[in-house]
Design a protein around this ligand. Structure first.
Ligand code: FAD
Length: 414
């Protein structure tokens, strides 16, 4: 792989950029791999990357039914934070956030991590209590967050209306090293590094069946033929239930569309990420100047990757009462992605009833921020059969009643 550098950019500029190679290969599938990962979203690609980097396992195929990064990874609003309440959640999300800090250097690919800070507004007394509690929990977990009062909120966000018509702003939970990254670049950076290690990323290859013998996985059937493997990682977000069905077991997952929208580009207006969970809306400004705005999930289970009018109306009404300045900005486009929701709003990284099959799903509305940490932990689970970061997130918790309740940190927000 040709490394990207300032020198390479200058050299290519002088020769009209004719010397750049493909970022990743487009190979034909082999008959067999040590490991197959289903789903070339951020989590699948990161898993493959850390299998190679941390465990030297490179005879790996990543199978993708569409194009890599075309699922939720390419549809999310890119918020990265680790201010979760429970210890196991804070550990994996903080691992991810800290890996994001130097992911561009690690992958030799600019993922545009921007630790601009994230503010979660408290607009009711119960939110105040909840976020103060989270700030204390985070202090014990080694996650740097702080509770801030309304004056500091106004300093961080001059465009805010602290005395909204329904809910005044009472303060907020501030994480200074939270932020955003470029979602496509995260997928592309991992893909390039995986391909460079000799892994095969096979796009337009849908897994249509899971082959088993004696309770153990032996391979998958796909739209491009049968492919054998020793281990199979299912990392397909909203389609996890479909894949599990093919493998003969069920998952405690519901699939539902989550929506977002962006405005026309405007001059710099807001230089942090802000989330208003009581009225339900959140916002940041992209490098191009668009306001990136997150809405809610549909209230019924579905597999449609579309936006809908009532979500725009609801989300914008909520944000305009807190940020009246955006009332006259034009909206550019909206979309949806299929997210995988568990009952306790925490992910599943687990072995399954079929030997050799591992599942990584349930990241719901908030898994972009987790990609590096999830890939790190899931690779360890697949390679060694156990991982300290993934331990609490096994499927057993649903039968043993060990829920990791993150409904405040993850149920509404992203
Ligand atoms: C609108 C929206 C906003 C969001 N905002 C945020 C946010 O701000 N911050 C945050 O942290 N998270 C956010 N999320 C959540 C985040 O996007 C997801 O949790 C994360 O991207 C999931 O990544 P993934 O790799 O697991 O799934 P995906 O990126 O969806 O990848 C799964 C892949 O599997 C493929 N696949 C499915 N079935 C098959 C099959 N049978 N064979 C082969 N391939 C298959 C799909 O085509 C897809 O490419 C948001 C999500 C949405 C939809």
């Amino acid at each position: 792989m040709k490394r990207y550098s300032a020198f390479a950019v200058a050299r290519e500029a002088l020769r009209y950029h004719k010397g750049w190679g493909r970022a990743w290969r487009a190979p034909e599938p082999k008959a067999r791999y040590d490991v197959i990962i289903v789903g070339a979203g951020g989590h699948g690609l990161a898993t493959a990357y850390y299998l190679g980097k941390n465990f030297g396992i490179t005879n790996v195929a990543i199978l993708e039914k569409g194009w890599l990064g075309g699922g939720n990874t390419g549809r999310n609003t890119t918020i990265i934070r680790s201010n979760y309440l429970q210890d196991s959640s804070a550990a994996i999300f903080e691992k991810a956030r800290s890996l994001y800090e130097d992911l561009s250097q690690d992958l030799n690919y600019n993922v545009m991590f921007s630790p601009r800070g994230c503010l979660m507004l408290a607009q009711t007394q119960s939110e105040v209590r909840g976020y103060e509690r989270t700030a204390h929990a985070n202090a014990l977990q080694g996650v740097e967050t702080e509770w801030v009062g309304p004056e500091r909120v106004k300093e961080l966000l001059p465009i805010i209306n602290l005395d909204g018509p329904r809910y005044p702003v009472l303060g907020g939970l501030w994480q200074a090293r939270a932020g955003t990254a470029r979602h496509d670049a995260v997928a592309w950076g991992y893909a390039r590094a995986c391909s460079d290690m000799g892994m095969d990323i096979i796009q337009n290859c849908e897994v249509t069946g899971v082959m088993r013998a004696g309770g153990k996985v032996t391979g998958v059937s796909t739209t491009r033929g049968e492919i054998g493997c020793d281990k199979l990682g299912m990392v397909v977000a909203g389609h996890s239930g479909v894949l599990a069905d093919l493998a003969g077991f069920r998952l405690p997952i519901e699939s539902v569309a989550l929506q977002a929208l962006v405005s026309e580009p405007v001059k710099p207006l807001i230089d942090i990420v802000v989330m208003a969970n009581t009225v339900h809306g959140y916002m940041s400004q992209s490098d191009k100047g668009e306001l990136v705005i997150g809405g809610g999930t549909d209230s019924f289970n579905n597999y449609s990757q579309r936006g809908s009018y009532h979500h725009i109306e609801h989300t914008l009404a909520a944000l305009i009462e807190t940020f009246p300045i955006i009332s006259r900005i034009k909206m550019l486009r909206q979309w949806g992605g299929i997210v995988d929701m568990t009952g306790d709003r925490s992910p599943i990284l687990s072995k399954t009833p079929v030997e050799g099959i591992f599942v990584n799903c349930g990241w719901g509305t908030g898994g972009f921020k987790a990609i590096p940490g999830s890939g790190w932990a899931f690779a360890e689970l697949m390679a060694r059969g156990q991982s300290p970061l993934a331990e609490e997130f096994s499927l057993d918790r649903f039968t043993e009643g060990r829920f990791i309740d993150e409904s405040v940190a993850a149920g509404v927000a992203h």
